[in-house]
Design a protein around this ligand. Structure first.
Ligand code: MLT
Length: 392
């Protein structure tokens, strides 16, 4: 018996587990000290009333013989797949319900999709980036190259025509930098991928934070994307489902590689390895798209965006270089006084009792930077910002 020794190439611990461990250690030696958390991008507002009501109703249905649900379709219930089709229509994107696959969150499917892609594919991943993209490819032993983000390119690396990639990751609005690709920039990636016959793995988990209608919220809004991109989205940040778990993956039928439609392969993979998201959760997710649901989730997003504005203004006032936070819940700042990311993390934790996420945890290009999230509650955000300013 041999293990998958690619796992030995991973860092010892996943970024957010390392941070959680550090906070625990700090609290063990500083009992009673309140820690202000703007680290992991976890929501703090409760689920919208429309979602709760739909889930309560679904719970009741499960207790009645006539409405009880056993195994659901592996791809998700039609009521939710159709609601997502209608949501895409509001973005002027035409998708069919059999291109939409319901999942337990974008993170799972971003990893699972690799099942249907050959391990020999060369992967291009932006740096800095959400660490799960790198880790899941390391686990499969794939060769990874990075597209470097920096202040000069606004943390939005663009394709290099001389470089050949098979799989390209794009997250926009970006985690961790909060930068958002324009339509023209995404079109350049789509053209590059089509020319290279590469696949774009597009993570749109933060699409609901885009307020500027000139900016794209889906790669499928870009001409040519249907032959080169799979889109992964989630209810986590849009509707507070981080603890509830539901997302969706859109696999256009025009995606054909090695004469094989990826939609068919993904469907095959899901039928074998996945038994669907619980009916009660899918009913809650469906309610996100109701008139009331949309009103309520938009109010929550506006609350988080106000947090982002507060953080942005404070950093501006202090003259700390930063980006993001306008069409995104993340603010990406340069660590003051030349500190490294982890030095600044330790400094803020011990001196200000504030937790953020070290930029170096998102890749080498993140060294010297730091991420703050707008998902905290208002009180925490205001107090954390005050403490950051006093200690930076
Ligand atoms: C983050 O903080 O980057 C996110 O919460 C991670 C995630 O969505 O899994």
């Amino acid at each position: 018996m041999k293990i998958n020794n690619n796992f030995l190439d991973l860092k010892d611990s996943y970024l957010f587990s390392t941070i959680a461990k550090k906070i625990k250690e700090f609290q063990a030696v500083n009992p009673g000290v309140k820690v202000y958390r703007l680290g992991i991008g976890d929501v703090t507002l409760p689920l919208a009333p429309a979602v709760i009501e739909a889930m309560h109703k679904a719970v009741d249905e499960m207790g009645v013989k006539e409405t009880f649900q056993g195994y659901g379709p592996e791809q998700g219930h039609d009521f939710l797949r159709n609601a997502i089709v209608d949501y895409y229509a509001t973005k002027d994107v035409k998708v069919s319900s059999d291109e939409v696959f319901i999942s337990d969150g974008a993170k799972s499917d971003l990893g699972n999709i690799l099942d249907i892609l050959h391990p020999s594919n060369k992967v291009l991943i932006p740096d800095p980036v959400y660490p799960a993209y790198v880790d899941t490819n390391v686990m499969a032993g794939r060769k990874i190259d990075v597209a470097k983000g920096n202040q000069a390119n606004g943390f939005k690396p663009m394709p290099d025509e001389n470089y050949k990639a098979d799989i390209i990751y794009i997250c926009s609005p970006n985690n961790p930098t909060g930068s958002v690709y324009t339509r023209e920039e995404l079109k350049a990636w789509v053209d590059y991928a089509n020319k290279q016959k590469a696949l774009i793995i597009f993570d749109s988990a933060y699409e609901a934070f885009v307020g500027d209608d000139k900016l794209p919220t889906s790669i499928l809004q870009i001409e040519g994307a249907r032959t080169c991109a799979i889109e992964f989205c989630s209810f986590s940040k849009t509707a507070g489902f981080t603890g509830t778990r539901c997302g969706y993956t859109v696999v256009p039928k025009e995606l054909v590689f090695d004469n094989t439609p990826l939609n068919k392969l993904w469907n095959r993979r899901q039928c074998t390895k996945f038994n669907g998201v619980p009916y009660i959760i899918q009913k809650g997710a469906e309610a996100v798209f109701s008139k009331e649901g949309q009103k309520q989730i938009r109010a929550n997003i506006a609350y988080y965006k106000e947090n982002a504005r507060i953080i942005h203004e404070a950093l501006e006032q202090k003259g700390i270089w930063h980006t993001g936070g306008i069409n995104s819940p993340y603010i990406w700042l340069q660590c003051p006084k030349g500190m490294t990311s982890w030095e600044y993390f330790d400094h803020l934790l011990t001196k200000a009792n504030v937790v953020g996420t070290p930029g170096a945890g998102f890749g080498e290009m993140g060294e010297g930077y730091f991420r703050l999230t707008a998902f905290g509650d208002r009180e925490t955000t205001l107090e954390a910002v005050k403490r950051i300013l006093e200690n930076s």
